[in-house]
Design a protein around this ligand. Structure first.
Ligand code: CP
Ligand code: NVA
Length: 310
């Protein structure tokens, strides 16, 4: 795998590189289970900038860098001068003098690209309004763990065409999956991400479908995925979204149209009674906590690939 400076979008990686990252994530998981966490990033520092809330991303990155022998620290973007108007470019150049890597969760995807442009250290995208690539690397790891393969499997994503849907389109395309994304009209995935996925799919044999009928999407799916209807920053649209998404709840009847051995995934946090029923969330298909655990292993793989010397 060529040395990438940053991890901003899955679409920056090729299928072989994704597979290499997944293999490393599996290895790091096995090592940890065997009680061996090698200090591969001994003495390295990771700054984590958050402009939005987080449970999984914050904790798994902090534990991950610690287990790799380094140190991570949390920065609320409002507590640093970035929140008072210091530019992204200046912040990037200053931080590059102190630390070895930056993970950032923010609103604007372009800000992350700008940070990467001006920093000399790796930038990891911990979620933007457009993409959530760390989550999807973990999701691919989870599907492979439960299904033994990725290529040829059908994934149904039902709900908002948001950052999760955009990155899942990239991830499915890169791994040769069939992805059917069903959203209400007007809430489709980003057209650039869809077209990137289609271009990648032409080389991997993946199938990309963007439709509006959840029943069609879930039919014979191996993997069923959903996410909140109201992403961070969309709180003001709650009333309108609740009405628009009302036919998109994954309940037992909808789930029964997937394959018998389908797995149910959710990036979390989940809102029972909205994007899925409590019964589906807690039911036999759900592997959401195994999925959440894999954030740790997948992100350790990302940090090793980006931050290891040499
Ligand atoms: N799935 C995810 O990114 O969770 P957090 O918002 O808790 O980090
Ligand atoms: N789409 C959600 C994902 C949370 C992990 C959001 O952006 O809030």
């Amino acid at each position: 795998m060529k040395k990438h400076k940053d991890f901003i979008s899955l679409s920056d990686f090729n299928p072989a590189e994704i597979s290499e990252l997944l293999d490393l994530a599996d290895q790091l998981k096995k090592d940890r289970q065997a009680g061996k966490c090698e200090p591969i990033l001994k003495g390295k520092t990771l700054a984590m900038i958050f402009a939005k809330s987080s449970t999984r991303t914050r904790i798994s990155f902090e534990v991950g860098i610690h287990e790799l022998g380094g140190v991570g620290f949390y920065l609320n973007s409002n507590d640093i001068q970035l929140g008072r108007g210091e530019t992204v470019a200046d912040t990037a150049r200053v931080m590059s003098r102190y630390i070895d890597g930056i993970m950032i969760r923010t609103y604007s995807h372009n800000s992350v690209i700008e940070l990467a442009k001006y920093s000399t250290v790796p930038i990891i995208n911990g979620l933007t309004d457009l993409e959530h690539p760390c989550q999807v690397l973990c999701d691919l790891m989870t599907v492979r763990e439960f299904k033994g393969q990725l290529k040829g499997l059908k994934m149904a994503y039902i709900g908002d065409g948001n950052n999760m849907a955009n990155s899942l389109l990239h991830g499915a395309a890169l791994t040769g999956m069939h992805i059917a994304v069903a959203t209400p009209r007007g809430y489709e995935s980003d057209p650039v991400c869809v077209s990137q996925a289609q271009d990648i799919a032409a080389t991997t044999g993946a199938k990309i479908e963007t439709i509006h009928d959840p029943d069609e999407a879930i039919k014979d799916a191996d993997v069923v995925y959903t996410d909140t209807w109201i992403s961070m920053g969309q709180e003001d649209e709650k009333k309108e979204r609740m009405a628009v998404f009302s036919g998109f709840t994954i309940d037992r009847t909808m789930m029964s149209q997937a394959k018998k051995d389908a797995i149910f995934l959710h990036c979390l946090p989940a809102y029972r009674g909205y994007e899925m029923t409590a019964e589906v969330f807690e039911g036999p298909h759900s592997v959401v906590f195994d999925q959440a655990e894999n954030r740790l292993h997948a992100q350790k793989a990302i940090m090793v690939k980006l931050m290891q010397d040499g």
